[in-house]
Design a protein around this ligand. Structure first.
Ligand code: B12
Length: 210
């Protein structure tokens, strides 16, 4: 069985140590970081999502799979290339109010740091005013917001409205997460929507004309 397949199975089974050991083996045997990430970790979490939606598995299992994926991601983090050309650009990131999903947000934060941006991670369940406060405090260029629930994505509109109220038009809002779309981005007046972590980097560069 291939190392990547082992990682994939460990995440699905929620085996944290096996997933971490598999990622270490993958890295030391020269497997591409992208392949470990996409085929070993992300595709496993997608299957976990389907099994959860089908009622085949329940929250405790999903939590262990999430921990296994996060353990793998932490080992991959140092391998994301760093160039400090963009150190000047500052990004405040977090998951929307009421939402505790953070794997996607963590991956986006990792990719943005890997691309050389300075990232301030506010964690999960972040109130709209906290995003704006931190962005002003750090003189940030972008607020990046993640949401995985249809019930929490609307708080992104509150962040956009708050920036308009305070005439902070130079501060851009980038949104993302499974239930989101380009249409929703336009509907709430956010500046950009990114489908995945790689696109988050592209969109930030576009927003900052880099
Ligand atoms: C793991 C998980 C959990 C874990 C979270 C653990 C953690 N540390 O994050 C736990 C068990 C805690 C959990 C709880 C719940 N969950 Co849940 N969860 C999932 C699951 C299986 C995987 C999500 C994940 O991590 N995917 C892997 C990452 C890499 O993908 P991602 O998050 O989509 O992120 C990528 C992109 O979306 C994008 N992206 C994400 N954020 C951002 C931000 C920006 C700025 C950009 C540009 C891009 C971007 O880039 C990322 C990387 O490529 C999904 C199913 C699914 N497949 O989405 C359900 C899912 C999201 N959960 C769901 C639900 C309903 C719940 C609960 C309400 C269940 C309950 N009854 O308690 C609770 C809510 C808790 C809360 N208040 O938030 C539903 C949501 C339905 C909906 N649309 O509203 C889903 C879709 C499952 C389902 N099909 O029913 N969950």
């Amino acid at each position: 069985m291939s190392i990547v397949k082992d990682i994939y199975n460990s995440v699905i089974a929620g085996k944290v140590e096996d997933a971490a050991r598999g990622v270490e083996q993958g890295l030391s045997s020269g497997i591409e970081v992208e392949e470990i990430l996409n085929k070993g970790l992300i595709s496993a979490m997608d299957l976990v999502g389907h099994k959860f939606a089908e009622g085949e598995i329940f929250i405790p299992h999903v939590i262990w799979s999430a921990k296994a994926m996060q353990a793998g991601m932490d080992l991959l983090k140092p391998h994301f290339s760093v160039n400090d050309k963009f150190k000047s650009a500052k990004i405040v990131i977090g998951t929307a109010q009421g939402d505790i999903h953070d794997i996607g947000k963590n991956l986006v934060a990792m990719m943005l740091e890997g691309a050389g941006f300075e990232v301030f991670d506010l964690g999960v369940d972040v109130k709209p005013q906290r995003f704006v406060e931190k962005a002003v405090e750090e003189n940030a260029n972008i607020i990046a917001i993640s949401a995985l629930l249809t019930t929490t994505m609307m708080s992104m509109a509150d962040v956009v409205a708050m920036l308009e109220e305070k005439a902070l038009s130079s501060l851009k809002v980038l949104i993302g997460g499974a239930p989101l779309s380009e249409e929703f981005c336009e509907e709430i007046g956010a500046d950009a929507y990114g489908v995945d972590a790689r696109e988050a980097v592209t969109k930030v560069r576009e927003l900052l004309d880099l």
